[in-house]
Write a protein that binds this ligand. Structure first.
Ligand code: BG6
Length: 473
């Protein structure tokens, strides 16, 4: 019997990670420090002056030394694509040097070669929450216009070096998260409470110009490459049908979506003027900025974990725990152990919304359930995790991706987050696991770093092998 599937031939199934959350080797082979090396508690506490031993990211899951074993496991699941990032401070240790660090470049050459050995296409995030610490401390990160030049040198180096190995690129991870996490996302060392809206939105402008510049340079060096933006998506529903709530949703969506609007349309949307006026924000444009912004992306990629509600009633405006951007909890949804509300239909909704708005191909580059896993020994004596909750979560979300495809949305691929367990970004712990592969490392830093296949490993393998036909509606 031929099982039917809405997923098109060539759909890019895979998994996603970020350098700082799994590579470790934080000071090896010439690597400089990044903002992550001084964030032992994620975004929960301010950065430390120096790296401290309790920072799990310093060792990560030792991917730097074990990537061959890990890529082999990805290949066993049938990955077509592997999303990872390049640690900027491996290539330019301080960020403002003129010459790159050859050993850093070589590491990614080797990693990409290893992927190609199995027919896995790398999907590379150029900047994923790992601004070189020197650029943060010396220049205040993206508040400073000079960052555009440093980033330009960095991307030009990457494109020239990997033009024959990498076809898919993302300019900044969750670029809109800078609004909530200016240090982690934008390398801005001025504490959030002291950061003016003027400086924050000027930093946003610098990133947007840098992103467009990357698209321009990338297309010149690699005419065949596909370069996308990456945004944190969060479908926003009115808490009630009260028109005040609906307007609150509209304003919240504007605040979030202008990043993608500019990436796709090549100019600032008019609705921002009102916000800028209200908050006394005057964005300084350099003479070429308007032209540079016209270099629009080939596709839109996004993360999806939670949906939120908004309300116009200040009394009901209690913050949910969700992903970085907060929001009001939805009374109809259950939450994960970390308070992230689970809403598979929200993924269909966000896919449709983006496609209606932009008519560009979409790539889901993050989705998944952070959960506590228990390593057990099964009847065959193999160590594993019976993570039926994760299978359920991913199945339900993928069914909704199928629905969106049937709605007519063009979806390029799906790379669930943390396909191998890694250190979490918001809380910097190991305990919050997303992977199909269990890594023996604990919050206190103990563990053998051995890898074990979870039950979801075989489940995902089957999903890929059947191009989604094995999913259960
Ligand atoms: C996204 C980030 O916000 O969510 C990832 O791009 C992150 O870096 C992921 O790991 C999941 O968040 P957390 O805090 O559970 O690791």
């Amino acid at each position: 019997m031929i099982m039917s599937t809405p997923f098109p031939q060539g759909f890019l199934w895979g998994g996603a990670v970020a350098a700082n959350q799994l590579e470790g080797a934080y000071n090896v082979d010439g690597k400089g420090l990044s903002v992550q090396d001084v964030m032992p508690n994620g975004i929960k506490t301010p950065p430390t002056p120096e790296p401290t031993e309790d920072n799990l990211k310093l060792i990560g899951i030792d991917f730097y030394n074990r990537y061959k074993e890990d890529v082999k496991l990805f290949a066993e699941m049938g990955f077509k694509v592997f999303r990872t990032s390049i640690a900027w401070s491996r290539i330019f240790p301080k960020g403002d040097e003129l010459e790159p660090n050859e050993k850093g470049l070589q590491f990614y050459d080797d990693l990409f070669d290893e992927c190609h050995k199995y027919g896995i296409e790398p999907l590379v995030t150029i900047s994923h929450y790992e601004t070189p610490l020197h650029l943060s401390r010396e220049y205040d990160g993206w508040v400073n216009r000079k960052m555009v030049g440093f980033y330009e040198r960095y991307v030009t180096t990457l494109f020239n070096r990997y033009k024959n190995k990498v076809k898919y690129w993302l300019t900044f991870n969750e670029i809109n998260s800078i609004l909530e996490a200016p240090f982690m996302s934008g390398g801005i060392s001025t504490p959030k409470e002291q950061l003016s809206k003027q400086d924050l939105y000027q930093a946003v402008h610098h990133e947007l110009v840098a992103s467009a510049l990357a698209v321009k340079i990338g297309h010149e060096i690699m005419p065949e490459a596909k370069i996308g933006c990456m945004v944190l998506s969060m479908p926003t529903y009115p808490l009630t049908p009260n028109p005040d709530d609906v307007i609150a949703v509209m304003e919240s969506v504007h605040k979030n979506d202008f990043f993608a609007d500019i990436h796709v349309r090549g100019q600032y949307p008019k609705y921002l003027n009102r916000y800028f006026k209200k908050h006394n924000i005057n964005i300084h444009f350099e003479p070429d900025d308007e032209e540079i912004l016209k270099n629009t992306v080939d596709f839109i990629s996004f993360s999806y974990y939670v949906s939120i509600c908004e309300t116009g009633d200040p009394e009901k405006k209690i913050a949910g725990e969700g992903n970085l951007l907060g929001g009001v909890p939805n009374p109809y949804l259950q939450a994960s152990e970390w308070g992230w509300q689970i809403d598979p239909q929200g993924l269909r909704y966000v896919l449709n919304t983006f496609y209606d708005r932009y008519q560009k191909p979409l790539f889901i580059v993050e989705n998944g359930l952070g959960a506590v896993d228990e390593l057990i020994t099964d009847e065959n004596g193999n160590k594993t995790v019976h993570d039926d909750y994760r299978i359920q979560y991913l199945n339900d979300h993928l069914v909704q991706v199928g629905e969106a495809i049937e709605d007519g949305v063009e979806v390029m691929g799906f790379t669930p987050w943390g396909c191998i367990d890694l250190v979490s970004a918001s809380t910097a712990e190991m305990k919050k696991r997303y992977g199909f592969i269990y890594v023996d490392r604990n919050n206190d830093g103990t563990g053998t770093l051995e890898r074990y296949r979870k039950k979801s490993f075989n489940w995902y393998k089957e999903v890929i092998a059947t191009n989604g036909a094995s999913l259960k509606k």
